[in-house]
Write a protein that binds this ligand. Structure first.
Ligand SMILES: Cc1ncc(COP(=O)(O)O)c(C=O)c1O
Length: 394
């Protein structure tokens, strides 16, 4: 059978990078390449108890179809939570539940972008979103990241010169892949430019609650006085990634369209995980749980940084994130990054080549992304030592 795939999907090719990642998915590989939350952050006992009580007390709600907008008590609780914790959500905004932040991002693109329209992204940025934008036929334009967020001059240049810019996609806190947090000044500048050029901002904040050092910075959504920001959040990194519960806060008119688009995708997010998320927020010690996750990531990131300094400190530079799951390492200029990643993989340590996160994977990039949440402490110690040894072979 000869299949003729749609133009959109036919254009998506497996890359060398993904081949490297596939080769390093084995059991004995040290996983610095994943983006998984640390397994010890899952409140397993509480999930077991809540599941049992849901199935005993109200099984039909959990097992029946629900409305596309999501489980009302969860929506109300989240709306309140975002208002008190993040100062987000005007009266004209509405919150609805999605099957992970990934779906919220994809829906935002679907409702605003025609094929050929432009989305401006941080470069590097989250692969899942870039692929989703690519599959929709949007044109991606990357704006380089600086230590405090996007290069604002280049952002303005892109807004001036690119045609049909529909969205600016930003991951302002502990960005995936760099770990960078966009400063308050830059958040304001991004908002002002979006206003000036009449573009919508897609603010993706799945790591927002995972700050382990420094002071919180206001969300861009909190500056939104005219319904310009679509804010996406997730339970993946604070409760469980596998339950697939996320949320979108956006003006009512936008939510109405996103909800119609979601109906055609999965009707609604599974009810049992939504009720679990609600119980997690209202019947569990949410604040204490978040604080325990922060403590785990504070320890793991400090361990990774100290080992990087010990084994590679003189050769590489890397970001020092204040939260989230990742840090970004620039290799010395003379080292061919893809060869380095391949050799590390052959030695049993998986890292992600930085090019995977670029709008154009062929652009020069000598960085790798390291994840500190998935590996155990022992794996961090062994893996970074191995990465140092691999560096010395070049
Ligand atoms: C920046 C960013 N946005 C969105 C997602 C998707 O999250 P979810 O599991 O909620 O779909 C991820 C997952 O790693 C991410 O890093």
């Amino acid at each position: 059978m000869n299949y003729t795939f749609s133009n959109r999907i036919a254009a998506l090719q497996p890359s060398i990078i993904r081949e490297i990642l596939k080769a390093t998915s084995g059991q004995n590989v040290i996983p610095f390449s994943a983006g998984n939350p640390a397994p010890e952050t899952f409140p397993i006992e509480a999930i077991r108890t809540f599941t049992q009580s849901i199935l005993e007390q109200d099984p039909v709600t959990a097992l029946q179809y629900g409305i596309t907008e999501g489980y009302a008590p969860l929506r109300d609780t989240l709306t309140q939570h975002l208002q008190t914790g993040f100062d987000t959500g005007k009266a004209s905004d509405e919150l609805f539940i999605v099957s992970g932040a990934q779906q919220g991002i994809e829906l935002a693109c679907k409702v605003f972008c025609n094929e050929g329209d432009t989305i401006i992204c941080e470069s590097p940025s989250f692969i899942g979103s870039l692929n989703s934008f690519r599959a929709s036929g949007a044109k991606l334009v990357g704006v380089p990241m600086e230590t405090d967020g996007m290069d604002i001059e280049k952002l303005e240049h892109a807004l001036q010169t690119e045609k049909n810019v529909k969205l600016i996609y930003v991951i302002p806190s502990f960005q995936n892949p760099t770990g960078i947090t966009t400063s308050l000044e830059k958040r304001k500048a991004i908002y002002d430019l979006a206003k000036k050029y009449n573009v919508i901002i897609l603010e993706d904040n799945p790591y927002g609650e995972l700050r382990f050092s420094g002071e919180d910075v206001a969300t861009i959504k909190s500056m939104d006085d005219e319904g310009r920001v679509i804010y996406v959040g997730s339970f993946s990194k604070i409760l469980s990634a596998g339950l697939r519960v996320g949320y979108v806060l956006a003006p009512h008119e936008v939510v109405q369209k996103m909800v119609v688009a979601k109906q055609g995708e999965d009707v609604h997010t599974a009810m049992l995980p939504q009720i679990l998320a609600y119980k997690f927020m209202t019947e569990y010690n949410y604040a204490e749980h978040i604080s325990s996750i922060r403590a785990i990531y504070r320890r793991k990131s400090a361990l990774m940084i100290s080992k990087l300094q010990e084994h590679m400190g003189e050769s590489i530079t890397f970001t020092h994130p204040d939260g989230g799951l990742f840090l970004w390492c620039d290799l010395p200029a003379h080292i061919p990054m893809l060869d380095y990643a391949k050799t590390a993989a052959a030695e049993g340590v998986a890292v992600v080549p930085g090019t995977a996160f670029l709008v154009d994977e062929n652009e020069p990039c000598n960085a790798i992304r390291l994840n500190f949440s998935t590996p155990s402490d022992e794996q961090i110690v062994k893996g970074i030592e191995k990465l140092g040894q691999v560096l010395n072979t070049f």
